[in-house]
Design a protein around this ligand. Structure first.
Ligand SMILES: [Zn+2]
Ligand SMILES: [Zn+2]
Length: 152
């Protein structure tokens, strides 16, 4: 997955996209993160600040938006609070199964819109779909096992 991201960043540079050192450092924050949990903008900011002390949270937000447009990262909308971000190795959008206990977000290799498109509900209303969200909330296997042990 990391190889994929590096390769795509390299191609973008070749094609004239500006991957500034700060942008690279933001991507590094994701590459360095061993956690499965997607990172919030604040967490990315804290990480990038270690190297670029003068960077502002605003700049981080702006660069996250740029990287999102380039499909290098995905924004994940959790139902609770703030947006989180993760690397997007496939260059396509992703849906998730999000654990309500530990907050881990497991990507789902499936897009329900592709199934729904067989039905012409949007076209019938002459509606152009630009965005959609689909996230599943529940309990991951680790947390479920822990709960069973705790209750034993
Ligand atoms: Zn969990
Ligand atoms: Zn989708």
């Amino acid at each position: 997955m990391d190889e994929n991201i590096r390769k795509r960043l390299h191609e973008m540079r070749k094609n004239g996209y500006k991957i500034t050192p700060q942008r690279q450092e933001i991507v590094n924050a994701f590459l360095d993160s061993s956690r499965k949990l997607p990172l919030s903008a604040e967490e990315v900011y804290m990480k990038v600040k270690e190297k670029y002390q003068n960077i502002s949270l605003d700049t981080v937000y702006r660069n996250l938006a740029v990287l999102q447009n380039l499909k290098i990262i995905n924004r994940v909308n959790f139902h609770d609070v703030k947006s989180r971000y993760e690397l997007n190795p496939g260059g396509d959008h992703q849906h998730h199964m999000i654990c309500l206990t530990c907050g881990s977000a497991e990507p789902i290799n499936f897009c329900p819109l592709k199934l729904l498109s067989e039905n012409n509900f949007a076209a019938e209303k002459n509606f152009e779909i630009r965005e959609h969200t689909f996230e599943l909330f529940g309990y991951c296997s680790t947390c479920r096992e822990r709960a069973i042990i705790d209750n034993a």
